[in-house]
Design a protein around this ligand. Sequence first.
Ligand code: GSH
Length: 211
Amino acid sequence: MSGNNSGRMLYIGDRDISSWSLRPFMALRHAGIAFDTTVIRLRQHDTKARILKVSPNGKVPCFVDHGFVLPDSLAICEYAADLAPQAKLWPDDILDRAAARAISCEMHSGFAPMRQAMSMDITATLPPVAGTNPDVDADVARVIKIWTTALDAHTGPYLFGHFTIADAMYAPVVSRFRTYGVNPGGKAQTYMDTIWAHPAMIEWVDAARGE
Ligand SMILES: N[C@@H](CCC(=O)N[C@@H](CS)C(=O)NCC(=O)O)C(=O)O
């Protein structure tokens, strides 16, 4: 456990591999919300039992705020936006906000082939999978299209100008692209560098190296 006795705890999986945990971690950190973290090791014989002690759906991430229990990455990001409205975790503009929510939901509910074939391994460099599975290639192309469409419509450096939950939702994909050697070039490549240099990402990767 690491922390500051904030009364708020984010239960996460191993930072190296728990892509769902990284998303709310980035949103909460970016919003300046004080919280502690507890790692529950995944892929152990007692993982499910240990998660179920804190998270009713048997999954991490799970956020506990002074006894209020909130599982699910996107729900926690939404809660962070409500807790810290000044952080503007969603864009102000109604159409941008709708678009940011749409691509966040697309990430949350889709991309199964890419997530399976290119599982997050944040400190690793692994052989490319491009060209081995058309469904994975289609997912990768769709992500690059999502990024370039948003980046073309805004001034950057993030998808909707400033950092939003949409960036948090796609941050693990940046890690996957780095690990599996996907280099889209252009604005998408610059965007990957921006996400990789975000202070919350640096903190997460450093901690992953130490795990
Ligand atoms: N839809 C959930 C997915 C969470 C999820 O699949 N978490 C994985 C770790 S990244 C987990 O808890 N696996 C442990 C298990 O299923 O036993 C979310 O967005 O939070």
